[in-house]
Design a protein. Structure first.
Length: 69
């Protein structure tokens, strides 16, 4: 088991745990892969998405890459 997978898939989440949600698409023929990762903190009230302010939409990323403020 890799270090970042400590606890395994059957472990019970506890307050203070942080997990990642990593949807992705991989196209081997084009040697292309994209993952959009969110880090999620388990809290007393449920959860908090720690990466909620990171740009993920195509338009947001294109704006950053264009150098526009």
């Amino acid at each position: 088991m890799n270090t970042h997978d400590l606890g395994g898939r059957s472990a019970t989440l506890e307050v203070g745990n942080v997990i990642t949600v990593e949807p992705g698409i991989y196209i081997p023929e084009e040697k292309l892969g994209v993952r959009i990762e969110d880090d999620v903190l388990v809290t007393e009230a449920g959860h908090c998405v720690l990466s909620q302010n990171i740009p993920k939409e195509i338009s947001e990323i294109e704006e950053i890459l264009s150098g526009r403020p």
